[in-house]
Each structure stands twice: as structure tokens, then as C-alpha cells.
Unconditional design. Structure first.
Ligand SMILES: NC(=O)c1ccc[n+]([C@@H]2O[C@H](COP(=O)([O-])OP(=O)(O)OC[C@H]3O[C@@H](n4cnc5c(N)ncnc54)[C@H](O)[C@@H]3O)[C@@H](O)[C@H]2O)c1
Length: 285
């Protein structure tokens, strides 16, 4: 149920591929909160995915674009302003892809051409998006730009590969552009660092099921779901967070502040019978 948090606001949501996509949930919640939006994804994703169903359901238009193409992005912002009847108030960057991960190239055997593609799609596209928006003056004063990221940008996580470098760059771009966009147009720029979430992109990460289980056990509030993330994005697009900018906001049930939880430790200890006493109780050292 909506609370009109985004009543009268206009936005662009990049990256809704199918109903598991975080961007899909964000688009639904934003509209539920009173926003009017356009959707964007690659021409291939629009053809192969189910974005059309979402557009129909939300009564909004899709503007296909490869987010690495400045020309395509210009078209998205220009067309969105035409369709929505003016500048936009919020933008969601929910885009990530690593050919090295797809081709199972390990981090010590990266293909550098593929690394460039990873960085271009997953990080530099965020810069391109904002540079285009700023040059076209496409975002209203006190607008909000959010990109989705993952904690592997700060801490090494098994299997995340070159996406960790892309996310570190993405978060840095949020700070660097956030300074300029804030100073000149009061536009805020943040990244939301989301729990592992079962989506098409997420399930490409090596050992993803175990990662989801581990972080669930480690997080006092449990993993944040895609629906939880959509709620957080709505708050970040709303006027309730006008002075939050240049931040990497952890949205992970507490995972990022944990060292070890009892639930994770208990699972780990299952393979160490020697540290239980005769009654089966764990002996703490
Ligand atoms: N799923 C997770 O565990 C998780 C955790 C933290 C952060 N994230 C981030 O959330 C974001 C959304 O991912 P998701 O998990 O919803 O998966 P998803 O696969 O549904 O979304 C990824 C999207 O990126 C789009 N994309 C790929 N290349 C593109 C290009 N060149 N131009 C435009 N769009 C392109 C895809 O078409 C797809 O819609 C990504 O940035 C991802 O890294 C995901």
C-alpha cells in the first residue's frame, strides 16, 4: 500500500529484466508511491526479458538503451522528459554485468578486454548517465540518483571477481559526481549496498547459494530482499532524505558490521566434533 511518498515525482528506472530484478520491484513500488516513470534496458534485454509485461502493468514506456552508449543515454533522458512532461526527480542505476564472471575467468586470469567491458557496463555507465543528465539539465533541483552496489567493494568476497573493482569504482563515482551535482543543482547521489539477492545477475556469482545462506546467518536482521531494497530506494527518492548524499548506504540486515554470529559459527562448528563436550555442548575457547 502506498503512502504517496513520491506523489508528483518523475523517474527513470534502468535495469528491470524480469520479476526477480531489484529494479522491477523498485519500479513497482515507485509507481505505487505515486511516481510516473519510464523504464530502460538494453534492446536485447527488452526482447529476451519480460520488461514489456512490467511496462504494461505500470502503464509506462520502455526506452531501450545500452548504458555504455552516451548517445543511447541522451535519448533516454530526452525521451523521458518528453513522455513524462518535464525534468525527472529520480534515477535508478540497477545495472551490472561481468563477461569474466560469465566466462568463468578467475580473478588471477582475467581477460582485460572483458575487464574493460565489466567496468564500462557496471561502473562508468553511472558516470555517463549523470554527465548526460547534467548536460541536458534533465534532473530537477533536489533530485535523487541511486545506484545499487555490493559490499565486495570494501571487503574481499569469494567469487565476486572483477565486479568488486567495478563496484568500488561505482561507489567512488557516486562521491565524485555527488559533490559536483550537489554543489551546482542540489542533486543527491548515493549507492545502496544490498544483501545478496536471488536474481539473474546475482545467481551468476560463484557459490551464490552458499553466500546467501552465510550472509543470512551472519545478519542479525537476515538478508534484505529485493522488496526491502525497493522500499529503501523509495525513501531515498523521496523528500525525506534531501540532505543525504555521496554515501554508500548499507542495506544488508547488519551484515557489514558483523564479524561472526552465533548462527554462522554453529554451522561452521558442525564439522568440528572435537570441540563439543560429552553432552554435545560447544566448548568456547
Ligand atoms: N543480486 C544481488 O545479489 C545483488 C547484490 C548487491 C547489488 N546488486 C546490484 O543490483 C543491480 C541489479 O542487479 P539484479 O540483481 O537486480 O540483477 P538483474 O540481472 O535483474 O539486473 C541487471 C540488469 O543489468 C542490465 N544490463 C546489463 N548490461 C547492460 C547494459 N550494457 N546497459 C544497460 N543495462 C544493462 C541487465 O539487462 C539487467 O536488467 C546490479 O548493479 C547488481 O550488481 C545485486
Amino acid at each position: 500500500m502506498g503512502n504517496n511518498l513520491l506523489k508528483g515525482k518523475k523517474g527513470i528506472v534502468f535495469g528491470a529484466l524480469n520479476e526477480m530484478s531489484i529494479a522491477w520491484k523498485v519500479a513497482e513500488r515507485a509507481v505505487e508511491e505515486g511516481a510516473t516513470i519510464t523504464l530502460s534496458n538494453t534492446p536485447l534485454a527488452v526482447r529476451m526479458g519480460t520488461t514489456n509485461e512490467l511496462a504494461e502493468k505500470l502503464n509506462c514506456q520502455i526506452i531501450p538503451a545500452d548504458a555504455t552508449s552516451v548517445e543511447d543515454l541522451e535519448n533516454v533522458f530526452k525521451q523521458s522528459m518528453e513522455i513524462l512532461g518535464g525534468k525527472v526527480d529520480f534515477v535508478l542505476h540497477s545495472i551490472g554485468m561481468s563477461p569474466n564472471v560469465r566466462k568463468k575467468r578467475t580473478y588471477d586470469d582475467l581477460d582485460y578486454g572483458m575487464l574493460n567491458t565489466t567496468l564500462d557496463i557496471s561502473a562508468i555507465s553511472f558516470h555517463k548517465m549523470m554527465q548526460v543528465a547534467k548536460k541536458l539539465d534533465a534532473i530537477n533541483e533536489w533530485g535523487s540518483v541511486v545506484a545499487l552496489t555490493y559490499m565486495a567493494a570494501q571487503r574481499t568476497m569469494y567469487g565476486y571477481n572483477d565486479m568488486a573493482d567495478a563496484k568500488a569504482m561505482l561507489e567512488s563515482i557516486a562521491r565524485s559526481f555527488g559533490y559536483i551535482y550537489g554543489r551546482e543543482h542540489h542533486v543527491r547521489v548515493n549507492t545502496i549496498s544490498q544483501s545478496p539477492t536471488m536474481t539473474t545477475a546475482g545467481s551468476g556469482v560463484k557459490g551464490f547459494d552458499s553466500l546467501v545462506d552465510f550472509s543470512e546467518r551472519m545478519s542479525p536482521l537476515g538478508n534484505a530482499t529485493a522488496d526491502d531494497c525497493a522500499n529503501y530506494c523509495v525513501v531515498m527518492f523521496s523528500d525525506l532524505t534531501k540532505k543525504v548524499t555521496m554515501q554508500n548506504l548499507f542495506h544488508d540486515g547488519g551484515f557489514s558490521s558483523m564479524g561472526m554470529s552465533y548462527r554462522a559459527m554453529e554451522q561452521y562448528l558442525k564439522s568440528f566434533d572435537g570441540i563439543k563436550d560429552e553432552n554435545g555442548n560447544i566448548i568456547y575457547g
